[in-house]
Design a binder for this molecule. Structure first.
Ligand code: FPP
Length: 251
């Protein structure tokens, strides 16, 4: 793909009538291609990607977004070469130790979804501590998907529901979409209004499949490490012009 557009070349776009999305979810893609284009090791792309996360959190706060979910590590990412997995988990460890205080002081509450038990005990402790230390914050709810896969999440929820029915805790005819959502790792989190994927790829890659039912999708031709405030603002402006029908007729 062609290099990401420079921030200055993004035109100011007129706003539509939709209120800003309450919940934005992002598939951060293109770190490897960013590094390759600069003849750098892939880890340099991931490192720059972590900086883009910081910019995005600030942008989300400025735009009044209440919930931000980022796909930082998929359950499939464990299949990458051991060295890259080590780089990614190392970056995560560093992020958890150095950035949480700043997130906390900016009023960010952090949560993690995904199979956290696949990470080493040290990282699991850092995850729990980060959640605990930011639990009282209300400005922005940041959810980080780690070792996350949506099909596995849905299957786990279905098995938990089946068990609850077998135990007599849930009556089968009382099961609704809403009550099923309570078995997902995102229980208590509103569905995303807008899902952004960078790098030009146009797929969801096992991310929030249940929750994405009525999300607007935005596929941006920018590599994640280059994603900045202007790209975020452009995605917000684009969202404000979308016609959201939730299955109903126009108007
Ligand atoms: C996709 O790029 C990105 C990832 C697999 C990891 C995302 C990680 C970060 C943004 C940095 C760490 C984040 C935190 C919160 C510490 P890719 O490697 O698939 O890129 P490619 O498709 O160009 O190869």
């Amino acid at each position: 793909m062609s290099p990401a557009p420079a921030t200055a070349s993004i035109p100011a776009e007129p706003l539509g009538t939709n209120a800003p999305p309450r919940h934005v979810a992002i598939i951060m893609d293109g770190n490897g291609r960013w590094a390759a284009a600069k003849h750098l090791p892939r880890v340099a792309g991931h490192r720059e990607g972590a900086r883009a996360v910081k910019r995005t959190v600030s942008a989300a706060i400025r735009h009044g977004v209440e919930w931000l979910t980022i796909y930082a590590f998929s359950s499939e990412n464990w299949r990458r070469p051991a060295g890259e997995v080590l780089d990614l988990t190392g970056l995560l460890r560093q992020y958890l130790r150095t950035e949480i205080a700043e997130l906390a002081s900016n009023g960010v509450r952090i949560r993690f979804i995904g199979a956290r038990d696949r990470f080493d005990a040290g990282i699991q402790q850092d995850l729990a501590r980060s959640e605990r230390d930011t639990a009282g914050n209300t400005k922005l709810n940041l959810t980080v998907a780690l070792s996350y896969g949506s099909r596995d999440e849905i299957l786990t929820a279905a098995l938990a529901l089946a068990q609850a029915i077998r135990d007599g805790r849930v009556a089968p005819d009382a099961v609704t979409e809403e009550s099923f959502g309570g078995f997902l790792s995102t229980h208590g989190i509103p569905d995303p209004d807008l899902i952004i994927r960078t790098s030009g790829e146009q797929r969801l890659s096992n991310f929030l499949l249940w929750q994405a039912a009525y999300a607007e999708l935005a596929f941006l031709d920018v590599l994640w490490p280059d994603f900045d405030e202007a790209h975020f603002a452009a995605a917000m402006a684009d969202f404000s012009r979308r016609e959201r029908r939730f299955g109903a007729r126009p108007g």
